[in-house]
Every structure is written in C-alpha cells, then in structure tokens.
Design a binder for this molecule. Sequence first.
Ligand code: GUN
Ligand code: ZN
Length: 429
Amino acid sequence: MTCVIKGQTLTFSAEGALRHEERGAVVVGDDGVILWCGPQPLLPQAFRQVETHDHGRMIVMPGFIDAHIHFPQYRMLAAPAKDLMDWLTRFTFPEESRYAAKDYADRSATVFLNRLHAHGTTAALVFCSVHKVCAQALFEAADARGMALITGKTMMDRNAIPAVEDDPETGARESAELYQAWHGKRRLRYAVTPRFAITSSDAQLRLSGELLASLDGALMQTHLSESAGEIAMVGRLFPWAKDYTDVYDHFGLLGPRSLFAHGIHLSERECTRLSESGSAVVHCPTSNTFLGSGLMSMPHLSKPERPVALGLATDVGGGTSYSMLATMAEAYKVQMLVGYKPSAADLFRMATRGNAKRLRMDHETGALELGKFADLVVLDPCATPVLASRQEVSASLEDVLFSLMMLGDDRAVAATYVKGRKVFERITP
Ligand code: GUN
Ligand code: ZN
C-alpha cells in the first residue's frame, strides 16, 4: 500500500551535495520504491489521503549501509586479545565453528538482522563462516525481509582450526553453488570471500581469482594490511610477493568489484595498485582501535594523484559497536589523530550513498530519490538527555549532525524502514 513518511529529510546527491528539507516527505509505492520526495507543502494531492508516518522534527534519511561485518561474530564483541592473530585463534575461530549447524545459523540470522535494523542499518556486505549453511541461513533471512545484502561463504584452508577449514575445491564448488542459488535473486548478491592471505593456500587464492573472473557481477571481500603481526606472517608465507597487496594482485583479486577491509599500513606502491585497479578499502575504526591494529589514514589513501575508493564499516565482532553513528564518531577520532578533520556531512555521506556505491548497490538504495527503494532510518537528534541539551546550542545542520554522530548510537534510532516497511521502532518508556 502506498504510504507517506514525513520528517526532516536529508540525503546526498550523486555529486555529494547535502540536500535537506526542514519539513520533507517521502512517498513510497506498493513495491517499496520511492514515488516522490520533496517539501511537504508540495506533496501532490493524490498522496494527501494515504497512510502517513509523521516523524515530526526527526531526521528521515537513507538507512546506514555497513560495508564490512561478520555475521558469525554477532555475539562475540569485546573479546579482549593481545592482537588480531591472538583474537582470531582464541575467540573467533571457535565461535564460528558453531555455524556448521543450520538451525543455529537460522536462529542467529534472526538476531543479527534484528540488530542491524535496531541500529538503523538497512543493507550490508557481510562475512559468513566457512560453512555453506551459514551463508544459506543469512540469504534466506535477508530475503524474507526484502533487504539488499551481499554475502558469501568464507574460504579458508589453512592456519585456522579444522572445524572452520575447507579445501580449495570444496570452497570453490560451494561458492559457485551459492552464487547460482542466490546471486541476483531479488536484492541479494554474492561475494567471493577468501578470509585473508594467511588462511588461504596459493591454490585457494588462485581459485578465488578464477571465481571472481567467472561469476558475473559477484563482489570480492577480504582483509588487507590490518596488523603488524599479520603483515609479517604474510611476508613469510609469500616470500616472492612485493608486499601484502601484491599477493592478492598476483591471484587476480584486485579490481572494481573488490573490497579490502582495513588497509591501515599500506605503502605508496600498494595505494597506487589499489587505485589504478579500482579496488576499495573499507575503514573499520572501532575494530582498529579495539584490537590495537593502528590508525588508518584517509588522507594517505585519498591522495589526489592515486585516490583509493573508501568505505566505512563496523567490522563487528572485531568492531565494538553495530552503530554506524558510533563508527563515524570513531572514524572522526582516528582521523583527528592522523591530522585530518572530516566533517559530519563527509561521514554521513560515506555511511550512506558512499557505501552504496562501494557495494555497487547505488542504483537501488543509499539516497532519497525517485526509483530507489525506501530503505530509511529515522534519527532523533534529542534521543538522550545529553543529546537534547547539546541541541540547545547547536548552531547549524552540520552541528546537529556532528553532535548526533559523536554522542548518538542505537538510542538515536527511532525507526528503520526497509522497502518502505517499518522493520524497527524504538519503544520510548
Ligand atoms: N582478518 C582475518 N579475519 C578477520 C576477522 O574476522 N576480523 C578482523 N578484524 N580481521 C580479520
Ligand atoms: Zn573483518
């Protein structure tokens, strides 16, 4: 049924300009697609009698898009470890081994997607475990909610524990089967998912490159240059490589459909290769500070002579929050520590239209525009006592957004819509 969603609307144009209506309206058709948006006084007569959700002074904007998150780590946030490798071995691999059981994966998928919606996230690029049933469970659950979601079976055939290892042939066959079953079905797509260079043999990385080349439209996700210990181990495992990026390059894994999480310690040469191949790096600030991995520098990656496309993500459970607001706040702090001061608008843009572009879903989501699905979050700039008093002194829209990002989290999410259907609503006491 057609409905109208009203509030203070905010979105970014294709050129990156912030568009804002104090009293805006979004009209959503039966199929969840935006039919009209603009200022309330100009709402066409035909939409004045339809069902209306009026959010008053709250901000109605495109739902957040998380460009890197791990489904089977949904409950193991805040696991204290010495560093990345220690964290993977002691906490992560044992937890992911539970996803061999489909019923466990099904139950977890419900909790995971509910949690994304409660944090205002409407679309994501997601890591699953090594088990085919894990990806199946997540595809089924996301499909039932009409979400835009990209995932894949993780491939890892060494340096883990047997319960979460596959072998190159099984990994490639199951990936291709999942692609056939799910890629392009409604709003779902497949990502070829070798975990990282440490947990894949040469044979598996070679097959991953072949999959990426042969599976039309599939994305590729992995990890790159996150921690010092990891980089040293990659050097030992691939002594012929020029650097970490060269390992992936050698196996055909760079390109415009490839997303690399972290990219903290990249050299000039690596940035140049990532840039010229059209690959993207996904900044995961709460994970990087939590695991002590280092400070990723956006200005270093964005140098105008060799700009690397950037995304932004929670990286739960290495990341410590599902909230893209909290993630933007941590990104701000990390960038301040490397001498760069992003604006709130820059970070809101990254978390919405920017990530939609990185995930190649900008034709269908990430902005309030005709023809896109109405994937929306409603944010309350006065959600907490601290936020409410801060807004008394906010001097501009940028200031409202800045304080919302720095002080907000899931408490600021009043409602979430996927395809114009309310999938979450905050119960206020
Ligand atoms: N590198 C390889 N696997 C992982 C993971 O699960 N989380 C993070 N943060 N880094 C990784
Ligand atoms: Zn990760």
